[in-house]
Design a protein around this ligand. Structure first.
Ligand code: NAP
Length: 249
């Protein structure tokens, strides 16, 4: 019997992989989406009695995101007690001061960080509407959506849009609908952080802050952050603060 249906984007590495491993338990039907598969998630899920459904898709292509969402939600079990969507897939996108990014790179980043999250949220809401179940959506945002960072105009704007979208959906859902929150996860030791440290300082004046966080061991481990995020998702008051930060807990 399926207790929980969890849909998670960006599960192939980093924070998403850590979330996927922690979510893969007996009674959970876990659906993951990314361009590549995690090499050992399937074995882990099988060993833990989790029904895993893995989709490879480039979510920066709106048509592919739309088709994947339609496929996932059409095939979703409808007898679960709990439905969870975690929009985690994200990219830093093109880094550089305004005027130094190409239109197609800007669009691809916005498509992944914003459009795909909106598409999956919309499909989730429609597919679970009317079910006698607990329905929760967690958007993985960033402190960069709330405070500007020079060189990250695309990334900061995308996460600010995700925050505002979350606020809007909360308003639409009201007190009895699905619950939703947009959560900054803090700084985590993932490939995204490695790519930040690889940036040209001319494109990203604040690079020393991030090389310093790494050098001083101040980046959190993905597994530890994933455990805190899943505990947050389970809270009775989940969604009460719709734009939130895991570092407050
Ligand atoms: P990451 O290590 O770069 O992993 C990103 C994940 O997104 C991967 O699974 C990747 O899978 C997937 N992804 C990237 N492009 C995709 C595409 N076009 N289509 C489908 N999936 C795609 O990043 P992370 O650090 O774990 O970040 C996870 C989330 O946390 C992001 O939303 C990020 O903005 C946010 N965040 C991270 C930090 C941090 O310090 N790391 C801080 C604040 C917020 P594939 O490459 O296989 O497609």
């Amino acid at each position: 019997m399926t207790h929980t249906v969890a849909i998670l984007t960006g599960a192939s590495r980093g924070l998403g992989a850590a979330l996927a491993f922690a979510l893969a338990r007996e009674g959970t039907h876990l659906v993951t989406l990314a361009r590549s598969l995690h090499p050992t998630l399937g074995r882990h899920a099988q060993a833990h009695g989790c029904h895993l459904e893995e989709h490879t898709v480039d979510l920066s292509h709106p048509a592919s995101a739309q088709a994947a969402a339609a496929r996932v939600f059409a095939g979703m079990p409808r007898n679960a007690q709990r439905y969870v969507l975690i929009n985690n897939a994200g990219t830093l996108g093109p880094v550089g001061l305004a005027g130094y990014q190409q239109a197609e790179d800007i669009a691809a980043a916005l498509n992944l960080n914003v459009t795909a999250a909106m598409v999956f949220t919309g499909h989730f809401l429609k597919a679970t509407e009317g079910l006698a179940a607990n329905r929760r959506i967690l958007n993985i945002s960033s402190g960069a959506g709330r405070n500007p960072v020079a060189g990250w105009g695309v990334y900061c704007s995308s996460k600010a849009a995700l925050d505002m979208y979350t606020r809007t959906v909360k308003l639409e859902q009201g007190r009895h609908g699905a619950r939703i929150a947009s959560l900054a996860p803090g700084v985590i030791d993932t490939a995204m952080q490695a790519s930040i440290r690889d940036t040209d300082p001319a494109d990203f004046p604040d690079i020393s802050r991030f090389t310093g966080l790494h050098a001083n061991g101040q980046l959190a481990e993905p597994d530890a952050v994933a455990a805190r995020i899943l505990a947050y998702l389970d809270r009775d008051d989940f969604g009460a603060t719709e734009v939130d930060d895991i570092r407050h807990y």
